[in-house]
Design a protein. Structure first.
Ligand code: ZN
Length: 96
């Protein structure tokens, strides 16, 4: 039996959760093919596809960002009562 080619990838590789800080505002950071969309996170300021491709770099960037007090790249988008630890718990397991 032949599988039908629907043009869709076998696996959905899209990502909306920031690998560095765990922020998810619904922006597509990687499309269903896993291609980075070069979206700048309004929380930690990382750009998807630039500096978030390797675990060591992601950890280094996160460590530096937290050591600076976890400043928002776009401070006005910071929700009231925002909790950095709560957000970091949303970082995908493979990027912790
Ligand atoms: Zn981020």
């Amino acid at each position: 039996m032949q599988t039908q080619d629907t043009g869709q990838p076998a696996e959905d590789l899209s990502e909306t959760v920031c690998r560095v800080c765990g922020r998810d505002d619904g922006s597509l950071l990687r499309d269903p093919h896993g291609v980075p969309q070069y979206v700048i996170c309004d929380c930690c300021g990382i750009e998807s596809g630039l500096g978030d491709d390797h675990l060591s770099k992601v950890r280094e960037t996160r460590g530096y960002w937290v050591s600076q007090g976890a400043p928002w790249d776009v401070p006005k988008n910071r929700p009231a009562g925002w909790d950095v630890l709560e957000q970091l718990s949303a970082v995908p397991a493979e990027w912790r």
